[in-house]
Write a protein of this length. Structure first.
Length: 184
């Protein structure tokens, strides 16, 4: 994949904020990949396009949900902030012909999955810490991430679980399963 072409397309398709976020996540993913000795280019590309579907219109979302044969549950209000991950994975496969590792990392970057590989874990973490200004709790996540990625995920997921429950929302079953698997 030609990274320059992808960046040009993303710059056109995404808001300035989302494009800037994608660049930051890509850079953080590359640093984490280097630290954990996995493919830096693949991590950078995945971080770059992880939010490719974040700003689609409802009509575009519905098109990709149908095209990808995704669960119609994704059209429910409760999934409005996470459906871009499933849709983004479909777009990455269909429009960019990217491999399953990249597509799964995109798919799992919002709620996680117990079957996440290192790339998926890196993208999940990089999405949270690849920001201009990190709040103190995410500084802690970043610090742990460069020592032990799984411990960093546990710490982050525990915080998210509390936050979500305080809002009266039930934590997603995939997130629960991931947290349980990581704690074993």
């Amino acid at each position: 994949m030609d990274i320059r072409k992808i960046k040009t397309k993303l710059k056109k398709d995404l808001s300035h904020f989302r494009y800037d976020h994608s660049i930051r996540v890509a850079k953080e993913a590359k640093r984490l990949a280097k630290h954990y000795h996995i493919d830096k280019k693949k991590a950078y590309l995945t971080g770059l396009i992880h939010d490719i579907a974040k700003e689609l219109t409802e009509e575009e979302n519905n098109y990709w949900i149908k095209k990808g044969n995704l669960s119609s549950d994704l059209q429910k209000e409760e999934y409005k902030n996470i459906k871009h991950a499933d849709i983004g994975a479909i777009i990455a496969k269909e429009e960019y012909n990217l491999d399953d590792d990249i597509c799964n990392a995109i798919k799992y970057h919002t709620i996680g999955n117990k079957d996440m590989d290192m790339l998926a874990k890196i993208i999940f973490i990089a999405d949270k810490i690849g920001r201009k200004k990190l709040p103190s709790n995410l500084k802690q996540v970043k610090q742990i991430a460069y020592k032990d990625l799984n411990k960093s995920l546990i710490y982050l997921l525990e915080q998210e679980k509390i936050y979500i429950q305080q809002k009266g929302i039930t934590i997603h079953k995939n997130t629960k399963e991931l947290l349980k698997a990581l704690k074993k």
